[in-house]
Design a protein around this ligand. Structure first.
Ligand SMILES: [Zn+2]
Ligand SMILES: [Zn+2]
Length: 133
């Protein structure tokens, strides 16, 4: 446990699992309740829409979504833009499309690493032979 600056209001507070000072945390619970009510009445909505309707800052809404709050009956109801292409998504950080191209990129990087490794292996063998001469 340490003392931290609250990311919301900047005040010092004793660190706790919510990551906010007690006042901001209490405020967030109020927001959470407001948003929950809105979702129950209106169904799925985007972060932008929720912000317009409830006045809660988008940053706060996103933080609540990412910490797994704001679920209605265990279902994610708020869409927010994909980190990569901006398409609305309901969970994770990127949409399924970007997710699959991302996995592909990662695989390509690994393949390059393999090539790099065997090239180095080749070089090492070459220099060893060189030394024997
Ligand atoms: Zn605070
Ligand atoms: Zn995307």
């Amino acid at each position: 446990m340490g003392i931290k600056n609250c990311p919301e209001c900047g005040k010092l507070y004793v660190e706790n699992p919510s990551g906010l000072c007690p006042e901001c945390y209490a405020q967030e619970e109020v927001y959470e309740h407001q948003i929950g009510e809105y979702l129950r009445e209106n169904g799925k909505a985007s972060v932008e829409k929720i912000h317009e309707e409830t006045g809660v800052k988008e940053k706060i809404i996103l933080r609540m979504i990412k910490s797994g709050r704001l679920l209605v009956d265990g279902v994610s109801m708020i869409s927010y833009p994909c980190d990569m292409c901006g398409v609305p998504i309901y969970e994770g950080r990127i949409c399924a499309k970007c997710g699959s191209s991302f996995t592909k990129q990662v695989k390509e990087v690994w393949r390059d690493k393999d090539n790099y490794g065997s090239q180095r292996e080749g070089l090492r063998m070459y220099s060893k032979d060189d030394l024997k001469k």
